[in-house]
Design a protein around this ligand. Sequence first.
Ligand SMILES: *[C@@H]1O[C@H](CO)[C@@H](O)[C@H](O)[C@H]1NC(C)=O
Ligand SMILES: *[C@@H]1O[C@H](CO)[C@@H](O)[C@H](O)[C@H]1NC(C)=O
Ligand SMILES: *[C@@H]1O[C@H](CO)[C@@H](O)[C@H](O)[C@H]1NC(C)=O
Ligand SMILES: *[C@@H]1O[C@H](CO)[C@@H](O)[C@H](O)[C@H]1NC(C)=O
Ligand SMILES: *[C@@H]1O[C@H](CO)[C@@H](O)[C@H](O)[C@H]1NC(C)=O
Ligand SMILES: *[C@@H]1O[C@H](CO)[C@@H](O)[C@H](O)[C@H]1NC(C)=O
Ligand SMILES: *[C@@H]1O[C@H](CO)[C@@H](O)[C@H](O)[C@H]1NC(C)=O
Length: 289
Amino acid sequence: MLGLQRRLTPAERTRTLVLCFMVSGCLCEVTVEQPPLVSAALGHDVIMPCVLQVTAEDTMVTPPILYWSQMMENVTTAKLWTPSPPYKGRVDLLDTNRSSNNKSILLRNVQWTDSGKYECKMSITTKKSSFRKKGRKTALVVHDTMLFNVTVHNGSLLRCEVNVTRDPGLSLVIVHNNSCRLQTEDSAAGGAVHTALSASAPLRGGGRYECRLSLEGLLITQSFFYSHLPVSGEAGQTDTGATAHPPVVYPEPWFLYVTLLLVHVIVLLVILAAMLRYKVSARGGATNT
Ligand SMILES: *[C@@H]1O[C@H](CO)[C@@H](O)[C@H](O)[C@H]1NC(C)=O
Ligand SMILES: *[C@@H]1O[C@H](CO)[C@@H](O)[C@H](O)[C@H]1NC(C)=O
Ligand SMILES: *[C@@H]1O[C@H](CO)[C@@H](O)[C@H](O)[C@H]1NC(C)=O
Ligand SMILES: *[C@@H]1O[C@H](CO)[C@@H](O)[C@H](O)[C@H]1NC(C)=O
Ligand SMILES: *[C@@H]1O[C@H](CO)[C@@H](O)[C@H](O)[C@H]1NC(C)=O
Ligand SMILES: *[C@@H]1O[C@H](CO)[C@@H](O)[C@H](O)[C@H]1NC(C)=O
Ligand SMILES: *[C@@H]1O[C@H](CO)[C@@H](O)[C@H](O)[C@H]1NC(C)=O
């Protein structure tokens, strides 16, 4: 604003300041819109949206001058537009037309240190006045790949792990079949900017398990795990257990063998006894005659 006012007389400057106050007092005329939260995967590119909303009667006489800054509290820590050293070569305007109201930027190769708040600000010159307008800041949350699988030591325990920008509003939950929430949450220390979050839950039958990372209700990233386990462990084993078990070895039926042998011996003895009796009776008959 100082740059623009240097050319003005004191009287004009007062008028500009009054108009400036009036314009900024009436939020309906000019606003800078930016979303409260944007999330990005580490090493990937991210779009940070920013759009200038101007009513028809507030025609701008020159293109708006854009400033994108990383903020710490209310202090600028680095300039993204036009890019200063940590952002040099990593930031592009999506719409290169200077007259465009779309001031969204593309940030490439996102790093942990990019986590933080970003403010989109514009210097606007309309027929009536010249002023600056700020957006409500966008928080950039950076996350790494989410790992979601059964643990190595326990095949019926699901574990979800993710590294993410440190923020007390973050939550990690495991959901079964889109409805049933089951999780035990714990977090461990990470680096200065990011933290390692983890959650675990027991596998409770088949279906779809989802691990969801969100910040104050807004989804940041998720991962799925599909299980084909039967609903109950006991019921499942009777159904599928037979094929899985090794063949059962039964003891030799020695008693049966002995019994069968005994039957043959008894039959043989009966025949022998009958033959002897016949011989005796035959001899007796011969002596009688
Ligand atoms: C930052 O500025 C806003 C208004 O622009 C104010 O409400 C807030 O208290 C300030 N925060 C700090 C930490 O100074
Ligand atoms: C701004 O421009 C980018 C790139 O052209 C586009 O993806 C985005 O949807 C635009 N946003 C609005 C609000 O028009
Ligand atoms: C830039 O945008 C303005 C307004 O949206 C339009 O009138 C103008 O033709 C555009 N210029 C180019 C080079 O696309
Ligand atoms: C999940 O764990 C199982 C068993 O430990 C392993 O065979 C499988 O490859 C893992 N899957 C992924 C995507 O890491
Ligand atoms: C999180 O980061 C630490 C190093 O800071 C690393 O050892 C760990 O494997 C990471 N965890 C995941 C799930 O990527
Ligand atoms: C595996 O995890 C389940 C679910 O937490 C638990 O009930 C079971 O006791 C664990 N088994 C072993 C061998 O640790
Ligand atoms: C989850 O869904 C699977 C298949 O869609 C089903 O077999 C299972 O019984 C469901 N489990 C629960 C607890 O709803």
